[in-house]
Write a protein that binds this ligand. Structure first.
Ligand SMILES: *[C@@H]1O[C@H](CO)[C@@H](O)[C@H](O)[C@H]1NC(C)=O
Length: 146
């Protein structure tokens, strides 16, 4: 009797453990880009992206930046169409995701819901912010890679 009771408890514990680990795997993370630095010019995001890898599908990136004012220059967020545009900071075919006003408050959130490279860059400052490192890319992996 006692033995049976113990084995049920072990089985229950096992089920709970498996359920908990499945839950952990399926939970997407939400990351503020740049951490405490937020999204700003003069910060190199390549290193940041490297440290925050890997990303998985449905992870969310939050871009936070102040509205342009006397103390903060305008920044924005573009989606670069390919690696070459990304590398050369060529915005001719880039898509504006968030303008200079859209990063305030809770910030602007991008959900990476496809298995593809996401190239992000700031288009302000005549592309100089981008050339200075205000860009990064992320490839969110399917969860079964974990
Ligand atoms: C940003 O950091 C990466 C990795 O350290 C480096 O390869 C790259 O040249 C840096 N970019 C700039 C504009 O300094």
């Amino acid at each position: 009797m006692k033995m049976a009771l113990i084995s049920i408890n072990v089985a229950q514990a096992f089920v709970i453990l498996v359920a908990a680990s499945l839950l952990a795997v399926s939970q997407a993370k939400t990351v503020v880009v740049g951490g405490n630095e937020n999204w700003r010019s003069g910060f190199n995001y390549t290193e940041w992206a490297f440290q925050n890898n890997p990303f998985y599908i449905n992870d969310k990136l939050v871009f936070k930046y102040d509205q342009p004012s006397e103390s903060s220059s305008a920044v924005d967020l573009y989606w670069m169409p390919d690696l070459y545009s990304y590398m050369t900071c060529d915005f001719s075919r880039a898509k504006l995701l968030a303008d200079a006003t859209q990063g305030s408050g809770e910030g602007f959130t991008v959900a990476m819901n496809q298995w593809r490279p996401y190239y992000f860059a700031c288009g302000q400052g005549d592309a100089l912010y981008c050339k200075d490192g205000m860009k990064f890319f992320a490839v969110p992996w399917p969860r079964w890679f974990k």
